[in-house]
Design a protein around this ligand. Structure first.
Ligand SMILES: *[C@@H]1O[C@H](CO)[C@@H](O)[C@H](O)[C@H]1NC(C)=O
Ligand SMILES: *[C@@H]1O[C@H](CO)[C@@H](O)[C@H](O)[C@H]1NC(C)=O
Ligand SMILES: *[C@@H]1O[C@H](CO)[C@@H](O)[C@H](O)[C@H]1NC(C)=O
Ligand SMILES: *[C@@H]1O[C@H](CO)[C@@H](O)[C@H](O)[C@H]1NC(C)=O
Length: 335
């Protein structure tokens, strides 16, 4: 009798321990599962890469898509700047979790227009932070574009050979590490340190609300704007939540939040004739089976890969756009 009870208790604790382990390490288990999965599916990665190798940009399709998107988003623009903002209108940040208004003095802090001079650029490059860029020698290709968009204020120094130096537009998410002070995203960020890091950047900087905290971020956006105005020539634009929502609806990226990469693509479609993507490859292995770091510029383990965005689904979408000739994904080394 006692023995049976003991056995029941043991089994009970065993189950509890297993449940605890699975819950606690759920994220890691998922990541290792994913890595293992891709190791087994190298053939598929190889096929994807060889298929991406050939393509031409179809300018008719790009124009067509630009018009379709304009209609679908009811002419909402991807970013908020002085000449499309209505003073005291209600705007949204943080994926509709917060709303805000912009008065005259706040409006002054933003860029006047976007795109610059309302012109179209013939060749744009969007540079993702993926480890696939490491040792790629794609820097010169990237710098040969007319307009270069980057994400999350990446480090430029030391990575010019692979990732280029030109920067005309970069996003900064208030959840990004560079703005996080004492683990408080969008809190009292270390302005001086951050501004120093912005020295390598030109043109525009886009504020993207935090995608994984519930902290209000638009108040910080305008504090950031004032610091920028005093310390740099960078022009601030705000990502437009209504546009992002419409864009996600258009592409059926539901549930998960649109990543900055997809946001950049949507922005570029509005003013670029030819869009090239570098550093987009959300897999821990290259097509030739070499293991890749998560980012080209830092040694983050894949276990810190965020599940907020559905990168593989977005990558599918990008390959679809590649197939249509809307953009060109570069996933091989440049020569
Ligand atoms: C380019 O896109 C247009 C519009 O979608 C399409 O009609 C045409 O067949 C495409 N051309 C090529 C070469 O794929
Ligand atoms: C925009 O136009 C002004 C005046 O025409 C010119 O000086 C400037 O270089 C242009 N900027 C770009 C990015 O084309
Ligand atoms: C893009 O940035 C580079 C410097 O990084 C600058 O020389 C170039 O004029 C900029 N292009 C535009 C269109 O603003
Ligand atoms: C890049 O090259 C260095 C030196 O040749 C090598 O040690 C490293 O493993 C390479 N990294 C990747 C991701 O290919």
């Amino acid at each position: 009798m006692v023995q049976r009870r003991l056995r029941v208790i043991c089994v009970f604790f065993g189950i509890c321990l297993t449940v605890f382990f699975i819950c606690h390490y759920y994220h890691q288990i998922l990541i290792f599962g994913t890595i293992f999965y891709w190791k087994l599916n190298l053939r598929e990665l190889k096929q994807t890469a060889s298929y991406l190798h050939c393509s031409t940009i179809n300018k008719t399709r790009v124009d067509e898509l630009r018009n379709e998107l304009n209609r679908f988003t009811q002419h909402h623009e991807p970013v908020l700047v002085q000449d499309n903002i209505h003073v005291d209108y209600k705007y949204y940040g943080n994926y509709f979790k917060e709303s805000f208004t912009i008065d005259k003095s706040k409006r002054e802090l933003l860029a006047k227009t976007f795109p610059p001079n309302k012109t179209m650029f013939s060749k744009c490059s969007i540079v993702g932070n993926g480890g696939i860029l490491k040792n790629s020698s794609c820097g010169a290709d990237i710098d040969s574009s007319d307009f270069v968009l980057r994400m999350n204020v990446p480090q430029i120094q030391g990575f010019v050979k692979d990732a280029g130096r030109k920067t005309n537009f970069t996003s900064v998410a208030c959840s990004s590490a560079s703005l996080t002070e004492d683990g408080v995203p969008c809190g009292a960020f270390h302005a001086a340190k951050f501004i120093k890091g912005l020295k390598s950047f030109n043109g525009y900087i886009m504020w993207v609300p935090s995608s994984w905290t519930h902290a209000p971020s638009m108040k910080s956006a305008f504090i950031f704007a004032e610091i920028l105005r005093k310390n740099s020539n960078l022009q601030l634009v705000l990502s437009n939540a209504i546009y992002s929502q419409k864009f996600s609806e258009y592409w059926h990226i539901n549930g998960k939040i649109l990543s900055s990469g997809m946001t950049m693509v949507s922005i570029a479609i509005s003013f670029c004739e030819e869009i090239h993507l570098y550093g987009f490859w959300p897999f821990p292995f290259s097509a030739s089976g070499n293991s890749l770091p998560m980012h080209y510029s830092e040694d983050l383990p894949w276990t810190s890969y965020r599940q907020t965005h559905d990168y593989p689904a977005e990558f599918d979408l990008l390959t679809k756009l590649h197939r249509q000739g809307v953009l060109k994904l570069h996933v091989e080394n440049c020569h």
